[in-house]
Structures are given as C-alpha cells and as structure tokens.
Design a protein around this ligand. Structure first.
Ligand SMILES: Nc1ncnc2c1ncn2[C@@H]1O[C@H](COP(=O)(O)OP(=O)(O)OP(=O)(O)O)[C@@H](O)[C@H]1O
Ligand SMILES: [Mg+2]
Length: 270
C-alpha cells in the first residue's frame, strides 16, 4: 500500500521528501459527505509538478471542500489522496510540510504588524536567526511588502492583506501552493499584481492549485477543473474547455446548465 501509516511516535525519522517522479497531487475516487450531503463526488484527478491548475465552478460546487481535503484539513469519506506520492491521510504530518495552504478566509492578526505576522508563521516552523532574516527579506520583498513591514495588518488594503497571507504560507518553502479564492473582492490592479507573483512562482517550478471566481484568472492557468454539485464537469486547458464557445464563461455556463438539465431529466423524466 503506497500510503503506509506514519508512526507519530518517531519524530526523529529523517524528513521524507516527496517522491520525485510522482504527480504532485493524485486524487483517486475521492468523495466527501457532510451528513447526507455529497459535497465532493468520486473525483479522480492528477496534477503534475510545476503545473498551475485552476479550480472553477458554481457557488457551493465543492471547491473549498476539495482543497481542504488535499491540504489535510478534513478527511475524505472515500478514496485516496496522494501529495508528492505520499498518502495525505496516513502521512499527513509530512504532507503538510510540502503544502502552503491559504484558506478562503485567511486569518491574519490585525493588531500585529506585517513583520510580526510573518514572524509568527516562522515561529511555527522554528525558523530563527539569519535564516529568519533571509526569508523575511525574500518573501516580503517578493510580495512588495517590505516598505510596509511596520504597518498593522489590520490597516492594510484588501490586496496587501492577501499578499501578506501568501508570504505567510510561503515561509516554510512548500512545494505545493493551495489557494482558495485568494483574490476574492480584491481590485483588478491588485489581482493582476497577485497573479504576477504567482507567475513568478510558477516560473520557479512551484505547483499551484488555486480556486477562483474570476475567469480572466482561469485563463492564466495551465489547466482548469470545472466543478458543479460536487462533480467534475470538465478538465483541460482553458482552450480545450472553451472550444466551440465564444469564451470561457459561455463554455462553463453551458456545461453547468447541461448538467442541471440532465439531473432534472433523471429525477423528473422531463
Ligand atoms: N463543514 C460543513 N458542514 C456541512 N456542509 C458543508 C460543510 N462545508 C461545506 N458544506 C457544504 O458542502 C457544499 C460544498 O461547499 P464548498 O464550500 O466546498 O463549496 P465551494 O465551491 O467552495 O463554494 P463557494 O464558491 O461558495 O466558496 C455546500 O453545499 C456547503 O454548504
Ligand atoms: Mg469555497
């Protein structure tokens, strides 16, 4: 079994890095139910190393639930999830080291400064001394926040907060970034700036799995996964998904309406 369970009593094991030839994410028949509600249904999908994959779909489609399962925040009801070839459930602690996860509502400490928020995350990962100084320069520089390092996080603009959130989840130098609607409600210029940072990370080889409600952002991804009612309706490059339609939005709406009418026929025989 590829995902043999780790021994939590053996903290001295050498840190296991991911298996270099394995996909960064592999989902095999993954489902999640909340009570009777199937939030994610029988999803099989693979994301290669260095890919940027966008997760798009309707409200309540199951995007957050899927991302939370990959990030190890909740367990699947069925199926297996591998991150870098490691079992996301059985080897959860090691898998978490590979991942930088920015939830839909990322919590910064509003009364702490930009620098103090970043330092808080470096405390969690025991990054001290010269290395702490180096990473602070790198990630605050990367996100153009160095001039604002003494500003209270609560006084930052929406776009700056999101960039600080990104810097915080990067400090432990993950291999996989999982971002849940990171630019929601952010103005277009700041969204562009945020995606310029993602493009730079992509060029450096980072794997990025990002949900978004903005289809101009979807177009920037290598591949897209379209979800509706817990199911994957389509996956492929933006051009493949859009083929035969005027734009990505039309293609998505068409697929979602077609899925709804199929469901209605199954239920009511219309
Ligand atoms: N902890 C939970 N308990 C019960 N139901 C949940 C829970 N989390 C999510 N759900 C339900 O599961 C379904 C999928 O929710 P999810 O948040 O994953 O969708 P989403 O695609 O991220 O939606 P949005 O675009 O609004 O963020 C919804 O019907 C939601 O109400
Ligand atoms: Mg969501």
């Amino acid at each position: 079994m590829p995902g043999s369970s780790e021994n939590p009593c053996s903290p001295d094991l050498p840190p296991e890095t991911s298996k270099p030839n394995a996909p960064m994410i592999q989902l095999d028949g993954v489902s999640k139910k909340f009570g009777d509600l199937p939030a994610v249904c029988d999803t099989t999908f693979s994301i290669g190393r260095g890919e940027t994959v966008g997760l798009v779909g309707s409200d309540g489609a199951g995007k957050t639930t899927l991302l939370r399962m990959v990030a190890g925040m909740i367990l699947p009801s069925e199926g297996r999830i591998y991150v870098g070839g490691l079992d996301a459930v059985g080897q959860r602690a090691r898998v978490k080291e590979l991942i930088g996860y920015m939830p839909q509502r990322f919590g910064l400490y509003p009364d702490l400064s930009v620098r103090e928020n970043l330092d808080f995350f470096m405390d969690i990962f025991s990054i001290y001394g010269q290395e702490r100084v180096r990473r602070r320069q790198r990630y605050l520089g990367f996100s153009n926040l160095l001039p604002f390092e003494d500003r209270r996080a609560g006084d930052l603009s929406g776009g700056m907060k999101q960039k600080l959130g990104l810097a915080c989840v990067l400090v432990h130098q993950p291999q996989l970034l999982i971002l849940d609607e990171p630019t929601n409600g952010v103005d277009p210029v700041s969204r562009q700036e945020f995606w310029d940072i993602l493009a730079q990370m992509h060029a450096d080889g980072m794997t990025i799995f990002v949900s978004t409600a903005y289809l101009d952002e979807g177009e920037k991804c290598d591949r897209l996964m379209l979800m509706h009612n817990g199911r994957t309706l389509a996956s492929g490059t933006p051009a493949q998904i859009q083929a035969g339609f005027g734009n990505l939005e039309e293609a998505m709406i068409h697929r979602i309406l077609a899925a709804d009418s199929t469901l209605a026929e199954e239920h009511f025989g219309n």
